[in-house]
Design a binder for this molecule. Structure first.
Ligand code: SF4
Length: 63
């Protein structure tokens, strides 16, 4: 996404199977490449990860 991915917006590179379509390719953002799965962020399921990320977004929002 040329101007970055806004919070809450699905990444254009995310496939229907929830896999990154550009995994391993040079155009994958460095931030994504450097992210290491962590229980505090990812939880133990997709649903838990979405809840945790929502909390992080609220807690780190500048407004
Ligand atoms: S890893 Fe990065 S580029 Fe790939 S789908 Fe997720 S946010 Fe998009």
């Amino acid at each position: 996404m040329p101007n970055g991915k806004p919070a809450g917006v699905r990444c254009l590179n995310l496939g229907e199977d929830y896999r990154c379509k550009i995994f391993g390719l040079p155009e994958r953002p460095a931030l994504c490449d450097g992210f290491k799965a962590n229980l505090d962020v990812c939880g133990t399921s997709r649903e838990e990860a979405l809840q945790l990320i929502s909390i992080l977004e609220i807690e780190t929002s500048p407004t």
